[in-house]
Every structure is written in C-alpha cells, then in structure tokens.
Write a protein that binds this ligand. Structure first.
Ligand code: 6PG
Length: 465
C-alpha cells in the first residue's frame, strides 16, 4: 500500500512526489490527463513511486486513512477534483491542498469536507520547483487531529533549519493558505524594495550592473541576507548571449502577477489594517504594465531625471543599504500586524513567532531577519507591532535618517521609490501620537453630522457648523 497520493503532476506536484519518495514514503501519483503521467514515468524510476492512470486504482492503492495531496491549479479546479474524489473516499480520509488557493475557498472546503466526515488540510507551499524537490516551507492548517496524521510526512519533506522543520501546524480552517497569501504579499514588497534600491544605485549614483552585483553580494553577507538578495546579485551577473547586454536590460519592464499580492491587499482593506508597502508593490506591478503609455508620457511630462552629482558614492551606498533594511523591517511589521489582526478577527490563534520560524528555510522570503522577528514575538506574545521590539526599535531609530535622505533624493531627482517612501510614511504615521484625524472627524461632522468624540470628555458630539 502507498502511504500518500499526489494528485497533479505539474512541476510542483512532480517534485513534491519525488521529495516524498526520496524521504522513504511510498507515493502513488496521478494526473487528470495521461500525458504528464507518461512524462513522469519516463523520467523517474524509483521503487517508492507508483504511477496510476485510473483514479479508482490510485485511491485504492492508499493506506487508510487515505492521505491525498492535491497540487492542481488553484480555483475551480480544486473543487472539481474534490468532487471527483468524494465518491471514492471513506470517513476520516484526508485531502490536502498545496496550491495557492484563496483562504476563503479553503475555509469553505474545510467546512464542506467536515460535513462529509472527511478532513481538509490547507497547505501553503513556498519555494518554487527547487524547494518542492529539496525542501519547501510548508504552512498547514485545518483539523488538528488530521494534521497529526500527515505531520510525519510533511515535516520530513520540508526544509530544515537548525534541526527544525520549516513546517508546523498554524491553525484552523484555511489559515495556512492565509499565511501563504501574506507571505506572497511580503515577497512582492521585498522584490519591489530591492528593485528600488537597484534603480537608485544605477540611475542616480551611476553604478553599473557589475558594481551593483558586487554591492548586493556584499549586503547579502550582513543583516540583509536573504534568498531574494542573493538571486538579485546573481541576476545582475547574467549577460544575454544574443546582444551581449546585461540580461536585466533585455527583459521588458512589465511585471506579471498571479493575484496573491492583490488578495493580501484586498484582505487588509477587509480587516482594516494599513498595508501600504505591499499594496504599493502591487500597484507598481499594475503601473509597469502600461508600457506604451509610460513611453508617451515620458515625452510629454516634465520633471527631473538626473544623476546625483558630486556625491560620496560609498556613503550613499550605505544610506541605501540602511533604507532598504528599514523598508524590509517595515514590510514585515505591516505583514505581521495583518496576521495578528486576522488571527483575532477569524479566531485562529496564529503564533507569529512560529510563522517567522517556518519562513527561515525553503521559501522565497527566507532571510536572516526572520530569526529576530521570531525572537521578538516569542519574547513578547502581546507585542503590538514589530517596530516596538527592542531590537527593531534600535535599528529604526538609527536608520530613519538614511531613509529620509534616500527618499528625498529620489523625489528631488524624479525617481519613484514607492515602497521605500511608503515605509517612511508608515514609520512617521505610526510614531505620531497626534494624527490629523481630528480634522477628518470635523469635516465628516460638518458635511454629514457623523459626530465626533472629544479629547476632554466621554460621548459623541455634533456641532452646528
Ligand atoms: C512561492 C511563490 C509562489 C508564487 C510565485 C509567483 O512562495 O513559492 O510565492 O507561490 O506563485 O512567486 O507569484 P506571482 O506570479 O504572483 O509573482
């Protein structure tokens, strides 16, 4: 009998199946269309792998309670695959969904399977093809007892950091997919922040790609150490064989997206948290797509577009490094604030220190900073915002002046730095005991009699303006 079945043999599903087989699991694999099963069989011979062309045989080859890992396109496909499996399953069987599913769908699926006496486990999977094969970061949620049945497999195939698997039970329902969604939002912002730093170094300080590759490789040795920093340094060393230009220069500056960043921002609006940095990164992807309009606008709209002259480049590189790190801290502060609020509103009991730990290996946002984030939330479970932890507070107090210089120089020279700017705006907004909202309240009351509260007494008041 097989211990687990993998349904869906695209690159991610195939690599997860191989990973499980490598770790000693007996794995049955199945794909909806036979072409991928043929290709999988032709490529991979392993005594722990059994490919099936018939869904019934695939299901019957599994030990009970059956464990089926779906790696299919997120959306309606998950529902139709689940519908095809239902008549073949028995009470207590477990379906895991490893796609980038929307957590609202996962909540619904979790409730639906429960009614049928089956279990649903949401599994956020990060790390791309390589991670799936050698150790992804896994974010499982759902029924806890059911999780315990699949935990030995999931924890074995996950990336390991300091002897700890980058996989742990996160909470009820679709909270695993929620955690993955915000992970992706953080990924978008992190990528945009690195991009803005790259643009500043190249277009304002006049460094060439090789020099920037060296700067990024150097930064990657310190507190900015991360997978995204590492791959960006590497990207900059690649040359296009056809044109002999840096590879990055021959790639069209229009960004794609599959929607998880947008969902993160949509959810922030739903639950009422400030998520300006991630949201700016989503907006910048949208703005990037209107290439033709941008080319016309460049001819028609004035503004500076110049190098920063007569500067101490070395000193400016350090200012940019500090600004980038502050942007990264701010992104995590907002992302983890969103986790905290979601956990309260959806009654999930998310453990923020644990989430930071499982992001340390295997996933796209793995970074040295996650150790400190985990520590901050472990030391103080009630920490309202990462900004207030002793470690990050000291860094922000040190780096905020550099951030101001970089953002102001960007504005002065006409370089848009949306995520760096949003980080600074958030920082200044968060550290202001007095916001401008008293004026907003006065305006609301003036035109709509919406009432306001006073600083000196209890109650709700209205003025005949
Ligand atoms: C991961 C990634 C992955 C995501 C891609 C592409 O953690 O492995 O987040 O899940 O799908 O990075 O995302 P976009 O196409 O939206 O950029």
């Amino acid at each position: 009998m097989n211990s687990i079945g993998v349904f869906g043999l695209g690159v991610m599903g195939a690599n997860l199946a191989l990973n499980m087989a490598k770790k000693g699991e007996k794995v049955a694999v199945y794909n909806y269309t036979p072409d991928l099963t043929d290709a999988f069989q032709a490529k991979h011979q392993n005594e722990n792998l059994e490919a099936y062309y018939d869904l019934q045989y695939f299901i019957h080859s599994l030990e009970k309670p059956r464990k089926i890992f779906l790696m299919v396109t997120a959306g309606t496909v998950v529902d139709s695959v689940m519908a095809s499996l239902m008549p073949l399953l028995d009470q207590g069987d477990i379906i895991m969904d490893g796609g980038n599913s929307n957590f609202v769908d996962s909540n619904r699926r979790s409730g639906y399977l429960k009614e049928k006496g089956l279990h649903f486990i949401s599994v956020g999977v990060s790390g791309g093809e390589e991670g799936a094969l050698n150790g992804p970061s896994l974010m499982p949620s759902g029924d806890k007892e059911a999780y315990q049945q699949v935990a030995p497999i999931l924890e074995k195939i996950a990336a390991q950091v300091d002897g700890k698997p980058c996989c742990s039970y996160l909470g009820k329902e679709g909270s695993g997919h929620y955690v993955k969604m915000v992970h992706n939002g953080i990924e978008y912002a992190d990528m945009q922040l690195i991009t803005e730093s790259y643009q500043f170094l190249r277009e304002r300080l006049g460094l060439n790609v090789n020099e920037i590759a060296a700067v990024f490789a150097e930064w990657n040795k310190g507190e900015l150490n991360s997978y995204l920093m590492e791959i960006t340094a590497d990207i900059l060393t690649h040359v296009d064989e056809e044109t002999n230009q840096p590879m990055v220069d021959v790639i069209l500056d229009q960004s794609g997206q599959k929607g998880t960043g947008k969902w993160t921002s949509q959810n922030a609006l739903d639950i009422g948290v400030s998520l300006s940095i991630i949201t700016e990164s989503v907006f910048m992807r949208f703005l990037s797509t209107v290439k033709e309009e941008r080319m016309i606008a460049e001819q028609k709209l004035t503004g500076p577009n110049q190098l920063v002259e007569e500067v101490d480049k070395k000193a400016w590189i350090e200012l940019v490094r500090q600004a980038l790190f502050m942007g990264k801290v701010s992104t995590y502060a907002q992302g983890f604030y969103q986790y905290k609020q979601a956990s309260e509103q959806y009654h999930w009991d998310l453990q923020l220190d644990e989430i930071a730990l499982i992001f340390r290996g295997g996933c796209i946002i793995r970074a040295a900073i996650l150790n400190e984030i985990s520590k901050a939330f472990k030391e103080n479970k009630e920490l309202p915002n990462l900004f207030l932890s002793p470690y990050f507070k000291a860094i922000l107090n040190n780096y905020q002046a550099s951030m101001r210089k970089v953002v102001m120089k960007g504005m002065e020279t006409g370089l848009a730095l949306p995520c760096l700017s949003a980080s600074l705006v958030y920082y200044d907004g968060y550290r202001s005991a007095k916001s401008g909202a008293n004026m907003i309240q006065a305006q609301r009351d003036y035109f709509g009699a919406h009432t306001y509260q006073r600083v000196d007494k209890e109650g709700h008041f209205h003025t005949e303006w």
